[in-house]
Design a protein around this ligand. Structure first.
Ligand SMILES: *[C@@H]1O[C@H](CO)[C@@H](O)[C@H](O)[C@H]1NC(C)=O
Ligand SMILES: *[C@@H]1O[C@H](CO)[C@@H](O)[C@H](O)[C@H]1NC(C)=O
Ligand SMILES: *[C@@H]1O[C@H](CO)[C@@H](O)[C@H](O)[C@H]1NC(C)=O
Ligand SMILES: *[C@@H]1O[C@H](CO)[C@@H](O)[C@H](O)[C@H]1NC(C)=O
Ligand SMILES: *[C@@H]1O[C@H](CO)[C@@H](O)[C@H](O)[C@H]1NC(C)=O
Length: 439
């Protein structure tokens, strides 16, 4: 069955989503200070209108389709995916392939055909750790408004954090993963010994670092759980309310936390959300007790234990919504005529803060830099990228004004089937080819 819905059949797509097809009106970047509303918004256009090659973008669709189909009896790396590519303020490719819901059990038995659901460009995905990028932007808004300082200690906002060697951890260390905290809380926050959110928050605050703060890189969900607690303290708002403000500003109507872990059709987004893992079969009886496969409530067990809202995971989104955040970065902080971040804050998303830290890859605030495993040939010193465990990734190449967002439910039906790293690299490969590069 051919179920590719490619934006290269562009007029069809533009009609389908009610957007006029403006293939030639390309804005000149640079004049963002007094940009009228709409002028710095993403629009749809033909690749040729922004100097890109159509052929490699067509190959990208075929290639992503291939990664959803079994080769040599193997389980494909992704059951389905949605991809969006933008360059110079113009969406040049936007398509879905494969399935949002395909498997009947953890062993990969297919659902009967009439119960299978194809992925569409509107499919909502659990973004997993891409949530950290949104939390980063929300934190930088507080830096811009002087309520938060990167070099201030966490303990200056959260006195209870100043225990077990964490007194000197700064906000910047949280955002560059150099606080020295372990990768995630052990035991997990969903362990039965924790009875309520208060006890789970205490478990976060009472962590003991595994290395001296500021001396080593260790990617840690605890950093962004902690950043959530800081943001809630300085703004006097829960993180989901703060995030709703940001997503409203950016015009993201399909980006949200499922606060309260609402299951099944009671969640208004349930039907549109991709199915994930048969988590209890994979993780055993310790996994959160909920309908299987996980669908519509957050896959990450620790975010689930925090009522579905955390700084490290919990956001759901579409690739089109997340594309707006990418374009805001490329616009140096504005979108649709509104200033989201100061240009100086955006600079920090592309600046390597970990150069002096032994054994750290290049990292800005929140993002990885120059990371081939995520960006493929788009990797570079001014290419910011991030991945999410469920199979999501985003790549923003500053110098050329290009972004690529790829959402997949690769943990459907099991996280143990492997990773989709090759798929991520190939998105970058075909986009680099479309930019006319020899790769
Ligand atoms: C954004 O800022 C960078 C660094 O200052 C600059 O090179 C680039 O031209 C700016 N882009 C836009 C769209 O203003
Ligand atoms: C897709 O898979 C087919 C069959 O294996 C192969 O011939 C083709 O080259 C692949 N296309 C891309 C773009 O990867
Ligand atoms: C995707 O495209 C790359 C580059 O041509 C190719 O090496 C790879 O085999 C393709 N993957 C699939 C699954 O077709
Ligand atoms: C999956 O396969 C394993 C190993 O064959 C088996 O023990 C298990 O019962 C199967 N689970 C389901 C849900 O079919
Ligand atoms: C939303 O964010 C804007 C910009 O940061 C801020 O001015 C406004 O006060 C915020 N609104 C709420 C309700 O927090």
């Amino acid at each position: 069955m051919m179920n590719v819905r490619s934006a290269l059949g562009l007029s069809l797509l533009a009609l389908a989503i009610g957007q006029p097809l403006t293939s030639t009106a390309v804005e000149t970047p640079g004049q963002h200070q007094n940009t009228p509303a709409g002028a710095d918004e993403l629009k749809f256009g033909l690749p040729e209108s922004v100097g890109m090659l159509r052929g490699p973008l067509e190959q990208l669709v075929a290639n992503m389709t291939n990664y959803t189909q079994p080769a040599n009896e193997d389980i494909p790396p992704e059951p389905g995916s949605v991809t969006i590519i933008g360059h110079q303020g113009t969406i040049v490719s936007y398509f879905a392939v494969g399935h949002a819901d395909l498997y009947a059990d953890v062993n990969g038995t297919h659902l009967p055909p009439e119960q299978q659901e194809v992925a569409t460009v509107d499919t909502i995905y659990d973004m997993a750790s891409l949530t950290k990028i949104f939390t980063t932007i929300a934190a930088l808004q507080q830096v811009d408004s002087r309520k938060l300082a990167l070099d201030a200690t966490v303990a200056s906002y959260l006195p209870a954090f100043a225990v077990n060697g964490k007194e000197s951890i700064t906000i910047q260390m949280l955002m560059t993963h150099t606080s020295g905290m372990q990768a995630d809380p052990r035991p997990g926050l969903y362990a039965p010994e924790f009875k309520n959110r208060k006890q789970r928050v205490e478990a976060i605050l009472s962590q003991t670092p595994v290395s001296t703060p500021g001396t080593a890189y260790l990617y840690s969900d605890l950093n962004y759980m902690t950043l959530m607690l800081v943001l809630e303290t300085v703004t006097c708002q829960p993180l989901d309310a703060l995030m709703a403000n940001l997503t409203n500003q950016l015009g993201m109507g399909d980006t949200f936390f499922n606060h309260g872990n609402i299951e099944g059709p009671a969640n208004p987004y349930y039907e549109r959300t991709a199915a994930q893992e048969f988590q209890i079969d994979v993780q055993g009886e310790g996994a959160p007790k909920r309908p299987q496969p996980v669908r519509g409530s957050v896959h990450d067990e620790n975010a689930w234990a925090l009522d579905g809202v955390s700084g490290h995971a919990g956001l759901f989104s579409t690739v089109l919504d997340t594309a707006k955040l990418c374009q805001m970065m490329l616009n140096n902080g504005t979108y649709n005529g509104q200033r989201i971040l100061e240009a100086s804050a955006v600079d920090m998303l592309f600046h390597n803060f970990n150069g002096e830290v032994v054994d750290s890859p290049a990292r800005s605030l929140g993002f990885e830099l120059d990371k081939y495993a995520t960006a493929g040939p788009l990797a570079g010193e001014r290419t910011a990228s991030h991945t999410g465990f469920t199979g999501t990734s985003m790549v923003v190449e500053r110098d050329s004004g290009t972004f690529a967002v790829h959402f997949a439910n690769r943990v459907h039906a099991s996280r143990e089937w492997g990773v989709n790293g090759e798929v991520r690299e190939m998105v970058g490969y075909w986009v680099a080819r479309a930019l006319g590069r020899e790769v």
